[in-house]
Design a protein around this ligand. Structure first.
Ligand code: BGC
Length: 505
């Protein structure tokens, strides 16, 4: 290769185009050899394409991309809030009928249901001012119920409530219930929520377009052996906000980064054109943004990778929840799996030899990303453990390094994308000090998610806005109990009819 072509090793600067090799060879060799070489070059993949860096580069977005994405998100928030524009908006900005943060005087015993996260839980919560005690139990929702009929789902939920009440000796009591139902719902009152579409792993027939509280009450009635009334239905983002606001009055955003992703925030009534409640004090309402649907109209196509497209294609809701699919725990493991699979096929990982597990959709769990990125030295203890679980037989330290690199690219992109949403909300609210209540398995367990987000949000917010990103504890239980407590107090005082104006003072 003396004819002016620079050859470099994989991973080094510079690379050779196939045409260049051929042109150089033509000057050096006989016609027959040239023909063979031409044929060989035709079937060889491009050297450029074979570098690890090139295969994963699409995960790296520029600062300007994130800035542009924030502007897009802001535009979508406004579109969702506008009366005229809402019907075609993808980010729906649902008013929640929760009007104010708690004042700490909430008290009593409450039941709560938490559906839509990693687990389904029933909880018993005692509120006594700042003191909160809680008992809870996780119940499994079998796969066939998650994708079965609505009646099966709500019968199963009612059965779990019965079991829980029986175990806690509560069957003879009448305890108000709050329902944390973490799916997009158009609320028409504090205890009326119409499911607009299932997300995450759920797809139960006959529930979209229906009031989930009515379906729950019907299932309870069918059993006839428990006396439970649901007074409030909330989204998990609202739960996170309420739970955190119980001790921090600056809390004005609730953020979930778990199986799915979403955020809610406190908006002035004058900006909520679709508000149909009263305009009494406080002139504000919590808005459930349902930002996971950003991109469902193609506005994120310019940053989507081939891996994102594949994940979407094989999901149970193709074309929907595009932003969520690029960020949340339900999809992150699968995005990561597709990249090493491709690297392996190109002979760039595991000596080209994979395993059935690595080739199986959904088999690379999102918790592996957190585990792999938690390795801090060159022993790669967690990474090797994950490789063992994936039945990979041959791996080198370099393989560990590459796997760690891919994980960090995907999780950093997720953290930065989520930051875009938070920064857009902070800029929109334009308050001086805001606490963001964050919860969800991804935020909780990933070793760098919090720090990455703080760094990116800082870059994107207007000067002068101060924010804190705080872990919110047990929002789905405590938050539901707090909202239910206020609803119950209003009902007992006969001051407000539940379902019309929500948590009004
Ligand atoms: C749902 C939201 C929810 C989020 C986090 C999304 O898929 O649409 O309602 O808040 O997941 O659980």
């Amino acid at each position: 290769m003396s004819a002016g072509v620079k050859v470099s090793e994989p991973g080094m600067e510079g690379s050779v185009k196939k045409e260049e090799v051929y042109e150089a060879a033509k000057k050096m060799m006989g016609r027959e050899f040239q023909t063979v070489l031409a044929a060989l070059l035709k079937i060889l993949p491009d050297y450029e394409d074979m570098l690890v860096e090139n295969l994963v580069r699409p995960f790296i977005l520029k600062d300007e991309d994130y800035k542009l994405l924030m502007d897009i998100m802001l535009g979508e928030f406004n579109k969702g809030l506008g009366k005229e524009t809402n019907p075609t908006a993808k980010v729906k900005m649902y008013p929640t009928y929760v009007r104010d943060v708690p004042d700490g005087s909430e008290n009593g015993n409450f039941l709560a249901l938490d559906l839509g996260g990693t687990n389904f839980r029933v909880l018993l919560i005692n509120l006594n001012g700042q003191e909160v005690t809680m008992e809870s139990k996780i119940y499994l929702i079998p796969q066939h119920i998650m994708t079965g009929t609505g009646e099966q789902l709500f019968d199963h939920i009612a059965e779990c409530i019965h079991k829980f009440m029986s175990n806690h000796d509560l069957l003879k009591e009448k305890i108000p219930l709050g329902f944390t139902f973490s799916f997009p719902c158009k609320q028409i009152g504090l205890n009326h929520a119409i499911l607009t579409q299932w997300t995450k792993g759920f797809k139960c027939e006959g529930v979209e377009g229906e009031d989930v509280v009515r379906l729950l009450h019907e299932a309870i009635k069918r059993r006839g052996d428990i006396d439970v009334e649901c007074l409030a239905v909330i989204n998990d983002t609202v739960g996170a906000l309420m739970s955190c606001a119980h001790s921090d009055r600056d809390c004005a955003i609730g953020l979930i980064l778990g199986t799915g992703t979403n955020a809610c925030y406190i908006e002035k009534l004058e900006n909520v054109e679709l508000w149909d409640g009263d305009y009494n004090e406080p002139k504000q309402v919590m808005i459930n943004t349902e930002w996971g649907a950003l991109g469902d109209d193609g506005c994120l196509d310019f940053v989507k990778t081939e891996y994102d497209r594949q994940v979407d294609k094989h999901s149970i809701n193709p074309g929907r929840q595009i932003y969520e699919k690029m960020i949340s725990g339900m999809y992150m493991g699968e995005i990561v799996r597709l990249a090493p699979e491709k690297l392996r096929k190109h002979g760039l990982l595991f000596g080209g030899k994979g395993s059935e597990e690595l080739s199986t959709r959904g088999r690379f769990y999102t918790k592996y990303v957190s585990e792999i990125e938690s390795d801090v030295d060159d022993h790669f203890k967690n990474t090797k453990q994950v490789f063992e679980e994936l039945a990979l037989e041959k791996y080198s330290d370099e393989d560990c390094r590459i796997a760690q690199y891919v994980c960090s690219l995907v999780s950093t992109r997720a953290a930065f994308l989520a930051s875009v949403g938070v920064a857009a909300l902070l800029n929109k609210m334009d308050r001086q000090d805001v606490t963001v209540a964050a919860d969800g398995s991804l935020y909780r367990f990933h070793p760098h998610f919090h720090d990455l987000m703080v760094e990116k949000i800082q870059q994107l917010v207007k000067p002068g806005i101060k924010f804190k990103l705080m872990l919110s504890h047990d929002g789905s239980g405590k938050g539901a109990a707090i909202v239910t407590a206020v609803a119950n107090r209003l009902r007992e005082s006969g001051k407000e009819s539940i379902g019309e104006n929500g948590l009004e003072n």
